[in-house]
Design a protein around this ligand. Structure first.
Ligand code: PRP
Length: 181
């Protein structure tokens, strides 16, 4: 059993609860996209752990691709500034595309990516996020698959970082405020 780093105030979502919910999402996505060979687009970096578990829990054929977006810098508050650091490898016209995110906070990142990908004429375009902070939303967004709605706390682990640390934790934890303030 690994010890919890001292910067973590408490565990918000346990490893078991995460794994259970990821399997539920994978089952639902597998049912919804039966015979459609969807393309799962992971938004780096935070989405990589969720994508790795989600894709292995799915029971249908699918492909994966990656985008890297810059929005926050290394701080804790969204600037709303978004730019593409790495684009998709392939054309998505006619493909069923599912965007996979670790967290939707203000919504600026996903809104930007949706606008951008829509111009490439995919057959369908939906969003799957592990975490959502509805109280922080600045842009109203339809989100098709949500793992957990969470309160406005600074969460890390399972792909989410603070200053590039803690992405490797198998659970979602709340960071102590004195670490980032
Ligand atoms: C996080 C997260 C989303 C975005 C959500 O990425 O992965 O992409 O912020 O915030 P928003 O809804 O307010 O736009 P971050 O910029 O921390 O980069 P990272 O994924 O590389 O850690």
């Amino acid at each position: 059993m690994k010890t919890i780093p001292q910067d973590i105030a408490r565990v918000l979502i346990s490893t078991d609860d995460l794994q259970r919910r990821v399997q539920e999402l994978a089952d639902q996505i597998s049912a919804d996209y039966q015979d459609q060979n969807p393309l799962l687009v992971c938004v780096l970096k935070g989405g990589y752990v969720f994508l790795a578990d989600l894709t292995r829990a799915m029971s249908i054929n699918h492909a994966v691709d990656f985008m890297a977006i810059s929005s926050y810098g290394s701080g804790a508050v969204s600037s709303g500034v978004v730019r593409i650091l790495k684009d998709l490898d392939r054309d998505i016209s006619g493909r069923h595309v599912l965007l996979v995110e670790d967290i939707i906070d203000t919504g600026h990142t996903i809104a930007y990516i949706l606008d951008n990908l829509r111009t490439r004429q995919p057959a369908s375009l939906r969003v799957c996020t592990l975490l959502s902070k509805p109280s922080r939303r600045e842009i109203p967004l339809p989100v098709d698959y949500i793992g957990f709605e969470i309160p406005n706390e600074f969460v890390i682990g399972y792909g989410l970082d603070y200053a590039e640390r803690y992405r490797n934790l198998s659970y979602i934890g709340v960071l102590k405020p004195e670490v980032y303030s």
